[in-house]
Design a protein around this ligand. Structure first.
Ligand code: ADP
Length: 260
């Protein structure tokens, strides 16, 4: 159909979605998905209609993180309906394949699956769609950046040199395809001992802010390493919803406010 043809050339049309924001990272394990989920939830708490698209096709974590493990989307003749929880509309390749089954597709199939999901999911009207990108700066990430009409990208990094180096690559990739980089977030920025209050800077601290300055891009904020951030995500209700008055939830809320 016409939508199929559209998909072959230029940008995908996502008509009733006003803004699409990619959450990216140069490497895996830095907390990109955790950040994407909490930011989406924080944006939703600001009164926006928010969708979350999990494009981390080799390691989709949204079903579990948002309390939808094992859930399956409803399909109609022409569309797939997103799942809903915590006020978000959510779609993930994780809803389509068993949790312990590896996705063994090669690049073109990954792109094909992502494009099909983006096209065929009936998102309805959204103020913003947050895309949890696959980690890194390979072909898939580049293609998504070129094919999806992104309003901008947010890059998550830990303060470690190696992660920051990769974050720079991500930043440069988005700049190359003329996607505005909305800013850098430092995750696992520091650790405060819940017993004695001692602050430890496990991966050093402040590197993302410095990198943002050097790369002439906004710095959006820092999120500490905290067991409640992990526990609430693992339990399917991220901290922004589980503990909205916590300082961490407020840190995500401040970043959401800056993005709004
Ligand atoms: P990525 O998407 O970059 O691979 P994830 O968001 O899946 O990373 O996070 C990796 C692991 O680290 C998860 O178990 C997650 O709960 C945990 N994690 C992420 N950010 C934090 C944080 N700020 N504090 C504590 N644990 C975190």
């Amino acid at each position: 159909g016409p939508r199929g043809q559209q998909a072959l050339h230029g940008k995908l049309a996502l008509g009733s979605v006003r803004h699409i924001v990619a959450v990216a990272s140069g490497k895996g394990g830095v907390g990109k998905s955790t950040t994407a989920a909490n930011l989406a939830l924080a944006l939703s708490r600001l009164g926006l209609k928010v969708g979350l698209f999990d494009a981390d096709i080799y390691g989709p974590s949204m079903p579990r993180m948002l309390g939808l493990a094992g859930a399956e989307p409803t399909t109609t003749d022409s569309a797939i309906l997103p799942l809903e929880n915590h006020g978000l509309k959510i779609m993930s390749i994780g809803f389509m394949v068993p949790e312990d089954a590896p996705v063994i597709w090669r690049g073109p199939m990954v792109i094909g699956a992502l494009e099909q999901l983006l096209r065929d999911v009936e998102w309805g009207e959204l103020d913003v769609m947050v895309i949890d990108m696959p980690p890194g700066t390979g072909d898939t990430q580049l293609t998504i950046s070129q094919r999806v009409p992104l309003s901008g990208a947010v890059i998550v990094s830990t303060p470690q040199d190696i992660a920051l180096l990769d974050a720079r690559k991500g930043l440069n990739m988005f700049r190359k395809v003329e996607v505005p980089v909305l800013g850098l977030i430092e995750n696992m920025s520091y650790y405060v001992c819940p017993n004695c209050g001692h602050r430890e800077e496990l991966f050093a601290h402040g590197g993302a802010k410095r990198t943002a300055e050097e790369m002439d891009c906004p710095f959006l904020g820092e999120i500490p390493l905290d067991i409640r951030i992990r526990e609430t995500s693992d339990a399917g209700t991220p901290i922004v919803v589980a503990e909205p008055d916590s300082p961490h939830a407020k840190a995500y809320a401040a970043i959401a406010q800056a993005l709004k």
